[in-house]
Design a protein around this ligand. Structure first.
Ligand SMILES: Nc1ncnc2c1ncn2[C@@H]1O[C@H](COP(=O)(O)OP(=O)(O)OP(=O)(O)O)[C@@H](O)[C@H]1O
Length: 487
């Protein structure tokens, strides 16, 4: 039977598109779930844990669990009181040395049901606990009795709490208390008797916060393949069978894994109406899914090829891209792959920038100029194509090429020239000529973007202002013409 655990020891890895098949809704474990097996150790849940997928098991603090397998940061467990089996984070559970009956102390802050002497020491000696932290646990050697464990500086002292036939409890013979609360109250007050102050109950380190962006793959269904790029395939899909989304399935073999998590963190922090919004990620196991908003009209390059748009419409789209890029500029984020194919179109000619930040994740050999055709040479500034010095100024160069694409309705730049010829010509000072469909003031903006000296190129902020003012002037002119027609 196929393992649910991948070689990196992370959570379930069923990675092919078959992940959405019915068999994965109820996973088939490869461990033996026979509850009669006496060999599986007993654990107790230290925190509440809510399962995030069908492969995980929800537990409540204090639940007793059989643990069948330890897998990286997870254990495969079953509640003693239930039949389902699933993953629980290993730091949410602790091993119990013996089976103990549950009793009325269950919800008190200082009672830690079923933990061993060793586990008590580990907890009390770890932050945020300090001198004087204490807990009550079940005695390992005398069933039905308890132990008091107290942190004393860097050590832990343990005191047996015995039970009289009438149920009262004592640490010192002849000094019994009717309840644990009263016993603790006495030794809190008179701590010198045991030479260990009872300052505050042991606390558990807060478990790592749940990443709200991380979703189980089973929540997504793939419906239609939209395209394929350097990073893998893009699919139109549904989240929980209702919300339309775009799902990028990353080929991780081509990724610099160590940078990936960092870059995804960056993407989570970006929010702007002209940037494609990240909705969620499935980054545990492979392949990684990046889930974003779905743009119904596809990429700008194909859109331009299909539509007859007015100059004012084209200018509006160029302004929207400049707006999104100004936001990235403020955040000091370099796109590296700005081109009409990476702008997506939605309703009402809304344009949004996609794939920001992802280009740098490709392995160097894929991104290099030598031996690979994947670098978009015709969109890339000469200093980036030749020396890989990417900057916001090289993005400005690419934006100039994007303007060319927009005002030629999607024509390929340097048509008829190879990548190598393009680099040679550009280095010698050649620039694309003004397309007949492009107003001269827009062409002047393109030339500004293609300055050989990167420092002389404008900022996105300046470009946005410039293009907005051209747009406003044209829009006013258009309004005047319309007025004349109807007068
Ligand atoms: N959020 C989305 N909504 C709708 N369509 C999308 C979305 N993201 C991508 N697409 C479509 O999928 C195609 C492939 O996208 P992808 O970003 O993988 O490749 P690319 O942009 O063509 O190339 P590159 O790998 O250089 O970025 C796009 O051209 C676009 O048509």
């Amino acid at each position: 039977m196929a393992s649910l655990v991948n070689s990196r020891g992370s959570v379930p890895d069923n990675c092919s598109l078959g992940y959405f098949g019915a068999d994965l809704v109820s996973p088939q474990p490869d461990w033996d779930p026979d509850p009669a097996l006496p060999t599986s150790p007993l654990f107790v849940a230290l925190y509440d844990f809510a399962a995030r997928s069908t492969n995980e098991l929800s537990v409540s603090r204090g639940d007793k669990l059989r643990v069948y397998k330890e897998v990286g940061e997870y254990v495969v467990a079953r509640r003693l009181s239930g039949k389902s089996i699933g993953y629980v984070p290993a730091n949410y559970v602790a091993k119990i040395s013996q089976e103990t009956p549950s009793h009325h102390l269950g919800t008190t802050p200082w009672y830690f049901s079923g933990i061993s002497r060793h586990e008590a020491e580990r907890l009390l000696l770890s932050p945020p606990n300090e001198h004087g932290s204490f807990l009550i646990r079940d005695s390992e050697s005398s069933k039905g009795e308890y132990s008091l464990s107290v942190r004393n500086q860097a050590k832990v002292s343990h005191f047996r709490i015995c039970k009289c036939p009438d149920g009262s409890l004592y640490v010192q013979k002849g000094h019994a208390f009717p309840s644990m609360e009263e016993l603790l109250a006495f030794y809190t007050e008179n701590w010198k008797v045991i030479q260990s102050p009872l300052v505050k109950p042991c606390v558990l380190k807060t478990p790592p916060e749940k990443d709200e962006w991380e979703r189980p793959r089973s929540e997504f269904t793939l419906r239609k393949k939209l395209g394929e790029g350097n990073f893998g395939e893009v699919w139109e899909g549904l989240w929980r069978n209702t919300v339309p989304v775009a799902i990028k399935i990353i080929k991780q073999a081509d990724m610099k894994a160590e940078d990936f998590t960092k870059e995804i963190q960056n993407l989570k922090s970006l929010k702007h109406e002209k940037l494609i919004q990240l909705h969620a990620v499935c980054s545990r196991g492979e392949p990684v899914f990046i889930i974003t908003e779905l743009m119904k009209k596809g990429n700008l390059h194909s859109y331009l090829n299909r539509k007859s748009l007015s100059t004012l419409h084209l200018l509006d789209m160029a302004c929207q891209v400049a707006d999104g890029m100004t936001y990235l500029e403020e955040k000091h984020i370099v796109h590296r792959d700005l081109a009409a194919r990476n702008i997506l179109v939605g309703d009402d000619l809304t344009c949004k920038i996609a794939d920001f930040g992802l280009a740098r994740l490709l392995k160097d050999d894929i991104y290099s100029t030598s031996g690979s055709t994947k670098i978009p040479v015709k969109w890339t500034a000469p200093e980036a194509a030749n020396y890989r010095t990417y900057s916001l100024k090289s993005d400005i160069w690419s934006y100039g090429i994007l303007l060319y694409e927009v005002f030629t309705y999607g024509q390929t730049p340097y048509e008829g020239m190879t990548n190598q010829e393009t680099i040679q010509q550009i280095t010698r000072g050649y620039r694309l000529p003004r397309p007949s469909t492009c107003p001269s003031e827009i062409y002047l903006v393109m030339l500004e973007c293609w300055k050989g000296n990167a420092e002389e190129r404008p900022t996105f902020f300046a470009l946005r202002e410039k293009l907005n003012s051209i747009y406003m002037a044209d829009a006013n002119l258009f309004a005047v013409c319309i007025q004349r027609i109807y007068q």
